[in-house]
Design a protein around this ligand. Structure first.
Ligand SMILES: [Fe+2]
Length: 308
């Protein structure tokens, strides 16, 4: 379990203290510290702390707090994933600081242990970099009352792109088996192999054109692993999440309204690195998207027995 937090002044030797429920926080994991410098001219500084709690027991409630000798957070709790194969997720994208109509319900239900994980499919805060990244602070404080209790899994959206996704990369800690900066990664959860990737590599080439091919090659390798027979038997559901959809029926001239949407068919004109064929060939079962601020679902005609 990864725990991530931030402070405005440096607190050396910070850590997570934790224990089983009703015990006395006797376990400790040191945090790694990194300096975040906001990309605006004010160069506001935050310090980011990450600690990975290891050797946890499944389906067990732990309590923890984070901090240092300079001060401690309140005490929070989380439950490690249960042994049962059924898992419950809350899935959404495009959640802002203003008009966050779902926030109260999500906070309450996360605290009441309704979910095994949250999947936030890109676009945070609107925007995290605003006001020298203070809007990012405000957003993280809002979702703290969710993410302190339940794994909060993310992928990048177009609203994270400023300063090369630096707020997004710095404020979350996702599995490190992809690019190592939260842009693409995968993990197994219950019966599912879940892949998070960046549709943004298709749109913001100023941050490195090579990211498109790097991610594409990684996705293919990851899907090869997931479809090896012993893995597919163990994790029969392959689920992807990316922010900008391959398809939509909105009339707003966004990328997904075009026949050749970039995540679907690849780069304009040359049509390389498109994901539709790869996801089809490897039998991806469910693709989760956001960005359009509307609800749509599409039936997979290649698998008529699956209703989405
Ligand atoms: Fe978006």
């Amino acid at each position: 379990m990864a725990v991530t937090w931030s402070t405005q002044t440096l607190a050396n030797e910070s850590y997570v203290e934790y224990s089983l429920w009703n015990e006395e926080l006797t376990l400790r994991e040191n945090a790694t510290i990194s300096k975040f410098i906001d990309g605006s001219s004010a160069h506001r500084v935050l310090y980011m702390y990450r600690a990975i709690l290891k050797n946890l027991t499944m389906n067990t409630v732990y309590i923890y707090h984070v901090g240092s000798l300079n001060g401690w957070s309140g005490i929070y709790s989380f439950r490690t994933i249960p042994n049962e194969k059924r898992k419950l997720f809350a899935v959404y994208g495009d959640l802002g600081v203003v008009n966050a109509q779902s926030l109260a319900r999500l906070q309450k239900e996360a605290q009441l242990d309704y979910y095994d994980a949250i999947l936030h499919v890109g676009d945070f805060a609107y925007d995290m970099d605003s006001d020298q990244s203070r809007v990012g602070d405000q957003f993280m404080n809002q979702i703290q009352e969710i993410a302190a209790y339940v794994p909060y899994m993310v992928c990048p959206g177009n609203h994270e792109r400023i300063y090369n996704f630096s707020n997004y990369k710095s404020r979350f800690t996702m599995p490190s088996n992809g690019d190592g900066e939260n842009l693409w990664y995968s993990y197994n959860f219950g019966l599912a192999h879940i892949i998070s990737f960046s549709t943004e590599v298709y749109f913001w080439w100023e941050y490195g054109f090579a990211q498109i091919s790097n991610q594409y090659r990684w996705l293919e390798q990851d899907l090869k692993w997931a479809t090896a027979s012993e893995n597919r038997t163990k994790y029969p559901w392959i689920i992807t999440m990316g922010h900008q959809p391959m398809y939509c029926s909105n009339a707003n001239q966004d990328d997904c309204t075009f026949y050749d949407s970039r995540p679907r068919s690849g780069l304009p004109y040359i049509h390389t690195y498109g994901l539709e064929k790869m996801f089809y060939d490897y039998g991806v079962d469910l693709e989760l998207w956001a960005h359009e601020h509307s609800y749509e679902r599409n039936h997979n005609e290649s698998k008529p027995d699956i209703a989405l």
